[in-house]
Design a protein around this ligand. Structure first.
Ligand code: G1P
Length: 900
């Protein structure tokens, strides 16, 4: 098997014969909308959005066929041909034989180079692909190098099929939409402008031009064009066997046109003779613009070898700087892996959850929980502006505590559910609060709780169970008062309404209802009677933390009270007869949501912060006791765990069944994180998880055991083969949250085991078969799936920084509380992390000369840039924000902490 290895300290890696590994793809994107994926044969696709695909959309299964690759052909004088992409019939036929080309992919953050050797000719090709940050273009730099001792004469041809339309037309009207194409060539390349965007609900005129332009050495222009697929392939030709190249057809002149055909960005350059050692360089630009003048402007910026090389260098440098978290531990490969993990949150922001080959669903954009979790990593890497983003995102909360589920481009742009299908994911209220908590801790800006935001309004009322008959689209998307004013409440009020309205929406077992699903999207078939114990535990933790934030607000601002919407007062009810009784809870919820189903009073009342905090704590305690009393499964032998769900028949899902043990990780994660599981129970849970869920060789903790049942009364996940996605895969996001929860509770070795197992498998290329990074999940045979776009990356990075290294904000101050294990220190006993905090670049270096393990060391001394911070012995060190802010504006400061 070919091995992947790192080639520098920034995570750049190389892999030989990459085309012999299936399903590999690499992401490239600009910050202005270009989103590409590129495979070892330069397949993959490129698009701006669902409607605007430059290259034909691909799913994972299209990656094997090398149909629409970004090809670059070389033809020799005797009719021999070679594809720099490795995508020719001859090269395909030679795969896995000794005649196979030598090839390698080398890639780093946002750039990808494919090298190949044309052995017979002694020619070497290198194709580097990247997207400059601020344009909607993908650039290919092709270098042909004569490494033989003979002069070599070749004719190069660029050949990139231009799809130029909506992804919806990949099958629906594929042929009809090609009839819309108007194709023409200019001096530098091929352009296609479809006459309209085809949409039977209403066709729209189209102005976008899709193009491939190119030039050769010294700005040399193409000499012959093949602007349609048919021109290029010839009758009976194929993409791997195109007659234009094989037969040396001259092509049409610049200025030719075609219409009603599939477009092809294909053109050939004049033949070139390369002396031994000589190179010829070609630049190709692939993009989408609104006019030919705009294309010319992009060409002006990048259309030449030097310009493209400059752009490559600055793109590389910019991304290395943007991903500004660095780790240096005892394991250099792990540190390199972390460069990619810290890069992944950027990818998720650029790609959303769609648009890479495995992510062949959705139409762009991000879901609610993803939106909030992506803020976590932003807070650690690029915190400026996150506060504003958070405020805007709160505008997506409805007054009944549910939220908009369609999120448009740009912050605070929420779209009403058009087709009236209401789905409420019961976990949604959880994530905004987690983000606000981290925000307050990292920035100290507790006053964000007092800032105002509107509430989202659409036709959904009563937590998505009814339609508001009085709602009209022209009333807009903001909640109004009876007087017609747009209502705004504080962020604190939003949080309270989210947490408290959810508290009363319980099922038969007095556990929060599952509704449409929770974090696990695939638990989508128990909307009537399903209950999520897992997230009830999580909400218990949230209620407690919200109380903590309120007390902090009280302490730091001196405020004694807050104003909240009058109707919301009922939600503060904490009478025992309400807490214990399902029907009583429903009455409270009906009363509140009923009063808010169309307009609200807009009146606010003053509530003491102390009373608010006490009410939340009372509810949290009640939940904790209830969960401990009803949901713990004692499996004997020092093992036990929490039941995570009730199915649509109201039956507990976990336990010891005739078909075997049924255990799910989700319930354990939140029982631990939410403080529901006692310390003794955490020990029992970890023992059970190790016994029933852990498989080291495929990434560690699986999401569940095999239920051997379809369970139509719980969700589609049980229809998946066991080990795939939400049915028992090692689902990285949940495994990382498990680690995070364990660290928080002081179970450090156990937490590190969960993180390390994921990292080890990701880095074990023979098993994971993915480029470095953390995939959404590892399936039953260990292959990494749905690579790159996963919330797991944000959580992994956050857990490493704030828990393992213990470098985190506490109400704005900087806390250092290392929870590193002995093996995480290098041979000199050092472990370092570089982060941004309070506007300063800080490298925190833990020195542990004796390589003591967690639990046996304490902080003995600490210094910042050589000046003593403390001496003595403690498990953590708090450095005031003022002190960090007072550090001079040097590029970096070093905090050295000695452990002994
Ligand atoms: C994905 C989704 C996430 C969902 C999860 C489980 O996770 O993006 O919203 O909660 O599946 O169904 P991710 O790939 O982000 O880890």
């Amino acid at each position: 098997m070919n091995h992947l290895h790192f080639v520098d300290g920034d995570g750049s890696f190389t892999l030989s014969k990459p085309e012999n590994v299936s399903y590999l793809y690499f992401p490239l994107a600009s910050e202005t909308g270009m989103k590409s994926s590129v495979t070892p044969n330069l397949g993959g696709d490129a698009k701006l959005d669902q409607e605007t695909f430059l290259l034909e959309p691909v799913s994972a299964e299209n990656l094997h066929n090398n149909r629409s690759v970004r090809n670059f052909w070389l033809a020799g004088p005797e009719g021999e041909v070679f594809s720099a992409a490795g995508a020719s019939a001859g090269q395909e036929a030679a795969r896995f034989t000794p005649a196979q080309d030598d090839s390698a992919v080398t890639a780093g953050l946002m750039w990808h180079t494919l090298e190949r050797d044309w052995k017979d000719m002694g020619l070497h090709t290198a194709v580097t692909t990247f997207c400059p940050r601020r344009d909607r273009v993908e650039i290919m730099l092709v270098c042909v190098h004569n490494r033989s001792d003979q002069p070599r004469r070749v004719t190069p041809t660029a050949a990139i099929p231009l799809y130029g339309r909506s992804a919806d037309n990949i099958r629906d009207h594929r042929n009809v939409t090609s009839m819309l194409h108007r194709i023409w060539t200019g001096d530098n390349g091929v352009m296609v402008r479809p006459t309209m965007s085809f949409d039977e609900r209403g066709h729209r005129p189209n102005h976008k031009i899709y193009y491939v332009w190119g030039c050769g050495p010294d700005g040399q222009k193409p000499e012959g064009f093949y602007p349609t697929v048919e021109d290029f392939l010839g009758e009976g030709g194929t993409y791997l066997h195109p007659r234009a190249v094989l037969e040396g057809r001259p092509g049409a002149a610049a200025g030719c046109t075609a219409e009603g055909r599939e477009a092809m960005g294909a053109f050939r350059f004049p033949a070139v003779t390369l002396a031994p050692g000589q190179k010829a360089e070609y630049v190709l630009l692939l993009g989408v613009e609104d006019s030919e003048a705009d294309i010319a402007a992009v060409w002006e910026k990048y259309g030449g070898q030097e310009k493209a090389l400059d752009a490559l260098e600055s793109t590389r440098a910019d991304w290395l700087e943007k991903v500004n978290v660095r780790f240096a531990t005892g394991d250099a490969d792990f540190d390199c892996l972390m460069r990619w993990v810290c890069f992944q949150p950027f990818l998720r922001r650029l790609f959303g959850c769609s648009f890479l080959p495995h992510h062949d669903y959705g139409r762009g954009g991000r879901g609610w929980r993803d939106l909030w979790q992506d803020c976590l990593s932003l807070l650690l890497m690029d915190p400026g502006g996150v506060g504003r983003m958070i405020e805007k995102n709160f505008g997506g909360v409805r007054i009944d505590g549910t939220n908009a589920t369609i999120i448009g481009d740009g912050d605070g742009n929420f779209i009403a559910d058009r087709n009236g299908i209401a789905r409420v994911w019961m976990d949604h209220a959880l994530w905004p609060q987690m983000t606000v908590k981290l925000y307050i801790d990292q920035t100290g800006d507790v006053a964000i709780l007092n800032r105002q935001a509107p509430y989202f309004k659409d036709a959904q009322a009563m937590r998505g169970t009814r339609i508001d008959p009085e709602h009209r689209p022209e009333q807009g998307c903001w909640q109004r008062t009876a007087g017609g004013e747009v209502y705004a409440g504080t962020i604190l009020e939003h949080l309270l309404i989210q947490q408290l309205a959810a508290f009363y929406e319980v099922g038969r077992h007095n556990i929060y209802r599952l509704r449409g699903a929770d974090w696990n999207d695939a638990l989508d078939m128990a909307a009537a009677h399903g209950e999520s114990v897992a997230f009830t535990c999580a909400y218990a933790g949230n209620l407690r933390e919200l109380a903590g934030m309120i007390r902090l607000l009280q302490r730091s601002t001196g405020a004694a009270s807050a104003r909240i919407l009058e109707e919301a007062l009922v939600l503060l009810n904490d009478q025992p007869e309400v807490l214990d009784q399902v029907e009583a809870k429903h009455r409270v919820l009906e009363q509140y949501a009923g009063a808010c189903s169309h307009t609200i009073s807009g009146r606010q009342v003053e509530v003491r912060l102390e009373d608010l905090a006490a009410s939340l704590e009372k509810k949290a305690s009640w939940l904790t006791a209830w969960l401990q009393g009803h949901e713990w499964i004692d499996a004997g032998d020092g093992q036990g765990w929490y039941n995570s769900y009730y199915d649509d028949h109201g039956r507990a899902v976990e336990g010891i069944f005739p078909t075997g043990v049924r255990m799910m990780l989700t319930g354990q994660v939140f029982a631990i994180m939410g403080g529901v599981a006692t310390d003794a129970q955490v020990g029992q849970i970890t023992r059970s998880a190790d016994r029933y869920l852990y498989r080291r060789e495929i990434g560690g903790y699986r999401l569940n055991t095999d239920f051997h049942e379809l369970k139509f009364d719980l969700g589609r996940m049980f229809g998946f083969a066991y080990g795939e996605k939400e049915n028992g895969a090692v689902f990285s996001h949940m495994a990382v949250m498990y680690a995070n929860a364990l660290y928080r509770r002081g179970f450090v070795q156990e937490g590190w085991k969960a993180l390390k197992s994921l990292a080890d498998t990701a880095l074990d290329f023979d098993t994971s078969r993915i480029y470095p990074g953390i995939p959404e999940y590892f399936r039953a045979d260990g292959r990494g799936m749905y690579h790159y776009l996963t919330g797991a990356a944000s959580w992994y990075m956050m857990t490493m920084i704030t828990q393992a290294f213990g470098v985190r904000g506490e109400a704005g101050d900087l806390l250092l509380e290392p929870k590193l294990t002995a093996g995480q220190f290098d041979e000199k006993g050092r472990a370092m992390v570089s982060v941004t905090f309070a506007g300063r670049r800080l490298t925190v270096c833990y020195e542990n000369p004796e390589r003591l393990d967690y639990g046996s060391y304490r902080i003995g001394a600490a210094a910042c840039d050589g000046a003593e911070l403390c001496a003595g012995s403690s498990s953590s060190l708090l450095i005031s924000r003022a002190m960090v802010e007072a550090l001079p504006a040097a590029p970096e400061h070093r905090i050295t902490v000695t452990l002994c």
